[in-house]
Structure formats: structure tokens, C-alpha cells
Write a protein that binds this ligand. Structure first.
Ligand code: ADP
Length: 165
């Protein structure tokens, strides 16, 4: 039986912190599905197609990683793709309480899937998509923290937003 893991998130946009976790998961499981959550477009900077495209480009070199989008409960998506593991990234202690709450609820909803926490290398411990967007919006250099295609997409996005004002 293939051991399939899902790694769910918004990935708005994908960062090197997310990628660090995907790499680690790809070494542990036969297949890792990076699952991009659908959100109302007003709530994200990049729409679902853009987020999926950036994730696909960033993970193209890892053979056993697949990118899919999903809507609804993470556990329902896990069931649909026969996944036995939900991978979550744990950064600072601040992530823990909320993630523990999610784990217990997901377990209640569907007991067949295990949540596994992975921690990225130190330099990505305090990295989030939100901080990347804030810095990029103000014209700061984010190249150390995101793939090249994401950096370019952020520049395009904020250039267009500027011209809207
Ligand atoms: P965020 O907006 O916080 O970056 P996402 O919803 O896209 O988050 O995150 C998806 C998953 O990736 C979550 O499990 C989150 O904890 C994890 N994650 C996000 N950034 C990092 C990082 N820098 N290092 C490790 N895990 C991360």
C-alpha cells in the first residue's frame, strides 16, 4: 500500500519554509500531496489558480510530490485521496496551541488519519506568507525566502496594485 500524505495550507504564496516541509515529507512518505485550500478570492492575494501554479513550479523537481486544490474539510480531502497522514509545519511555540486544537478536531471527525508535525530549518522558523507579503508590498527584498517565480509574481502583483491606486 502506498503511504500518501497531504500537506494542506493556503500557500498565499508558497515560501521556502513551506518547501522545506515538503522536502522533508517527500523523504518520509511514498507520495506527498501539497493541498492548496480554496478561499474566497477577496481573502487571498493570489487566486487559487495562481497559488496552484506557483506551488507546481516550486515543487516540479520533487518526483513524489503532487499539487492539488481542495475545498471543504481537510479530513474529507484526505479520505478522497486515501491519505493516512496530514503533515503540518510547526514553527515557533505559537503555532502549537492552534495546531493541537485542529489535530484533536480532525481526529474526532476522522480517526483514520494521523497528523504529523515537521519543523523547518532554523532560518525559516519565523517565516510566514504574511510577512513575505508585507515586505514585498513595501519593496523589500524577499529573494532569500521564496522561489524565484514567487518573487516575480509578488513584484507583478504589487506593481498592478500600485497602478490601481
Ligand atoms: P502561513 O500563511 O502561516 O504561511 P499556510 O496556511 O500557507 O500558512 O501554511 C500551511 C502549513 O505550512 C501550516 O502547517 C504552517 O504551519 C506551515 N508553514 C508555513 N510557513 C512555514 C515555515 N516557515 N516553516 C514551516 N512550516 C510552515
Amino acid at each position: 500500500m502506498q503511504r500518501i500524505a497531504i500537506y494542506p495550507g493556503s500557500f498565499d504564496p508558497i515560501t521556502n519554509g513551506h518547501l522545506d516541509i515538503v522536502f522533508r515529507a517527500s523523504r518520509l512518505f511514498d507520495k506527498t500531496i501539497l493541498a492548496v485550500a480554496y478561499h474566497n478570492e477577496k481573502d487571498t492575494l493570489f487566486n487559487i489558480q495562481e497559488r496552484v501554479k506557483l506551488c507546481k513550479e516550486a515543487t516540479a523537481m520533487i518526483d513524489n510530490v503532487e499539487v492539488r486544490q481542495f475545498k471543504g474539510l481537510v479530513v474529507d480531502f484526505a479520505k478522497n485521496v486515501n491519505s493516512i497522514v496530514i503533515v503540518k509545519g510547526l514553527r515557533a511555540v505559537s503555532d502549537f496551541e492552534y495546531e493541537l486544537q485542529l489535530l484533536l478536531m480532525n481526529r474526532k471527525l476522522y480517526d483514520e488519519v494521523e497528523t504529523v508535525f515537521l519543523t523547518p530549518r532554523n532560518c525559516y522558523l519565523y517565516l510566514s506568507s504574511s510577512i513575505i507579503k508585507q515586505v514585498a508590498k513595501l519593496g523589500g527584498d524577499v529573494s532569500e525566502y521564496v522561489p524565484k517565480s514567487v518573487k516575480k509574481a509578488l513584484e507583478e502583483k504589487y506593481k498592478n496594485l500600485d497602478s490601481d491606486i
